[in-house]
Design a protein around this ligand. Structure first.
Ligand code: HEC
Ligand code: HEC
Ligand code: HEC
Ligand code: HEC
Ligand code: HEC
Ligand code: HEC
Ligand code: HEC
Length: 392
């Protein structure tokens, strides 16, 4: 039961990406063998260079039916470096016939209408994202005619699409809404740092705890360097029986990761979605998760699936599945000093701490300090008793 669930968290996105990339490579080959071969080796194909011959000109614009001016400049470097660079302009602009363009000018009603219509190009390869997005609050606003509600490109852009966290994706439009969370959520900034926006705003999605490498001394998430994809290998090596990391294997992994490291890396828990595509199922705010016991309760839903990860060179987390009981083990208290999602992880003692915090009410800073103090005592006691419930 455990292994199918645990592994489910880490692999489908990658597998799907490979499938998708494979399908597209096949598609490209069947359509235009020559272009496909050169696109794989050359930084930019001839066809794309031709498009950019005109569209890299700054200030080029088109006057639309309603008088708006649509800027036509596309940044070539941004596109080449994007996740879609290898697929070429035609993968989304198949309707443009180089032999007749731009002479056969199309009529476009407005920038907004163009945006909504062109975003349809994404669905060819990402129908799963579209299915989820279709039921979202933003999609509902678009249908109601809200002029600013995002379609695919509102959140991802069109030509420089690259991996970003939910936080980075949302703040561009919602920076002003973040503080309001503090009205009901203690230390809202900390929650927003370690709980994906979508983990609360996509209430129907499945969540998990992702333990990510953290540099406590520098207060930064560790980013794996390009050309040294070691984390995945180390995790695989540490997972001796191949069923996901148990508490001992996790400790061994941390030892390996820290071998020769200038500063010790620890793990810090994040609440993330099990599959990124579910980040598109954003619900009305009245349905967003706010009850503390969704996370701060023993055995809460997110804590049933655990992964260990590092932020990869491109910003995507490199994840490896772990057993859910690594969170409850005493070992975790040593390897996870940064993480104490009160109640969700370890024991009844910590649940009691949450009650304390809640009773603190407006005096949350006091509650929080008490919590840190109590927790230090708890940790010291655990260390002395030498392992407690980590019997295996
Ligand atoms: C010779 C210069 C030139 C080349 C080459 C060129 N374009 Fe354009 N493109 C234009 C101009 C000029 C417009 C504005 C047309 C108008 O005003 O109706 C335009 C408009 C567009 C638009 C806006 C929507 C529309 O249909 O008007 C898109 C999208 C576009 N081009 C994509 C491409 C792609 C993709 C390629 C390569 C296959 C390409 N262009 C090659 C000059 C060029
Ligand atoms: C991943 C899909 C995708 C690829 C690949 C792509 N485009 Fe686009 N393009 C779009 C979308 C979507 C829009 C509409 C953007 C919006 O909402 O304004 C667009 C709009 C445009 C426009 C109109 C101006 C603008 O930015 O809105 C031009 C010109 C254009 N693309 C040219 C290109 C060229 C040249 C390339 C290759 C270098 C390219 N596109 C590759 C999806 C793509
Ligand atoms: C021709 C197929 C194709 C089209 C059309 C396409 N994509 Fe993609 N997209 C892909 C593939 C393949 C990947 C995975 C690339 C990789 O893993 O490096 C991808 C990756 C992505 C990612 C993932 C980045 C991450 O975090 O891993 C986003 C976001 C994305 N696309 C958005 C879009 C948007 C928005 C559009 C429309 C403007 C679009 N795509 C159109 C094929 C496509
Ligand atoms: C409200 C903002 C928003 C809109 C609108 C949006 N996305 Fe996303 N998208 C996200 C977020 C957030 C993620 C997950 C990023 C993360 O947590 O790492 C994501 C992830 C993705 C991924 C990578 C996930 C995976 O399964 O590999 C793709 C592909 C993607 N989006 C495509 C699309 C397409 C296509 C559309 C339009 C149908 C769209 N997105 C609309 C915010 C949005
Ligand atoms: C391109 C801008 C844009 C981006 C990016 C964006 N949103 Fe929105 N969002 C909007 C607009 C516009 C509305 C509608 C505001 C209104 O109804 O007054 C909205 C509404 C909302 C609401 C309130 C819905 C309600 O019930 O009133 C929530 C919650 C929300 N967005 C969450 C998110 C999250 C989470 C992300 C990132 C995954 C995100 N948004 C990304 C523009 C954006
Ligand atoms: C712990 C869960 C949680 C997290 C994490 C969270 N939110 Fe919320 N958010 C909520 C709840 C619950 C509400 C509804 C509050 C209300 O109705 O008063 C809300 C309200 C909102 C609104 C509507 C604001 C308004 O007053 O209309 C927006 C927009 C929003 N959140 C965006 C975000 C973004 C962006 C992030 C990530 C940076 C985020 N939220 C992180 C739970 C969360
Ligand atoms: C979606 C999951 C989630 C929800 C819902 C949630 N929290 Fe948290 N909370 C966390 C996580 C994860 C941490 C751990 C942050 C860390 O230590 O890195 C945390 C930390 C805390 C802390 C310690 C903050 C600090 O300053 O160190 C307090 C207090 C807290 N939460 C109270 C609450 C209360 C009260 C609610 C309900 C109003 C709530 N949380 C709702 C996930 C959640």
């Amino acid at each position: 039961m455990k292994s199918s669930q645990d592994e489910g968290a880490a692999t489908p996105a990658k597998a799907r990406r490979q499938l998708l990339a494979g399908a597209i490579a096949a598609l490209a080959l069947s359509m235009a063998p020559v272009t496909a071969a050169s696109a794989a080796t050359a930084p930019m194909s001839e066809a794309d260079t031709a498009c950019l011959g005109c569209h890299s000109i700054e200030g080029l614009e088109k006057t639309l039916d309603n008088g708006e001016k649509l800027p036509l400049h596309v940044a070539g470097e941004g596109f080449a470096a994007s996740v879609h660079g290898v697929f070429g302009c035609a993968s989304c602009h198949a309707a443009i016939d180089p032999a007749r363009h731009p002479a056969a000018a199309s009529s476009i009603a407005s920038i907004r209408q163009f945006s909504i219509e062109r975003a349809g190009a994404c669905q060819m390869c990402h129908s799963d994202a579209l299915d989820q997005y279709g039921g979202s609050l933003h999609s509902a606003r678009v249908r109601e005619g809200h002029p600013l509600a995002p379609v695919c490109t509102g959140c991802h852009g069109a030509h420089a699409v690259s991996p970003r966290t939910a936080y980075e994706t949302c703040v561009g439009c919602h920076a002003a809404d973040l503080d309001a969370h503090g009205d009901w959520l203690p230390n809202a900034a900390l929650h927003q740092e370690v709980v994906s926006c979508a983990a609360c705003h996509a209430p129907d999605a499945a969540r998990m705890i992702d333990l990510r490498l953290y540099d406590g001394a520098a207060s930064k998430w560790v980013v794996e360097e390009e050309g040294a994809p070691l984390f995945g290998q180390l995790a695989q090596a540490a997972d001796t029986n191949g069923d996901g990391l148990d508490a001992n294997e996790l400790r061994n992994l941390l030892q390996e990761v820290n071998r020769g490291a200038a500063r010790p890396r620890t793990l810090r828990g994040r609440v993330e979605l099990r599959t990124d595509v579910e980040a598109h199922r954003l619900a009305e705010k009245s349905r967003a998760i706010r009850a503390c016991d969704n996370c701060h309760q023993y055995g809460a839903e997110p804590f049933r699936n655990v992964t260990v990860s590092v932020t990869g060179p491109d910003g995507r987390p490199v994840r490896y599945p772990a057993h859910k009981d690594v969170l409850g083990s005493a070992l975790a208290v040593q390897s996870l000093p940064e993480f104490y999602a009160i109640g969700g992880t370890r024991s009844r003692i910590l649940d009691a701490l949450l009650v304390l915090v809640l009773l603190g009410g407006a005096g949350v800073p006091i509650g929080h300090m008490t919590l840190k103090w109590l927790f230090r005592k708890y940790r010291a006691r655990r260390a002395r008793s030498g392992g407690g419930n980590d019997a295996r």
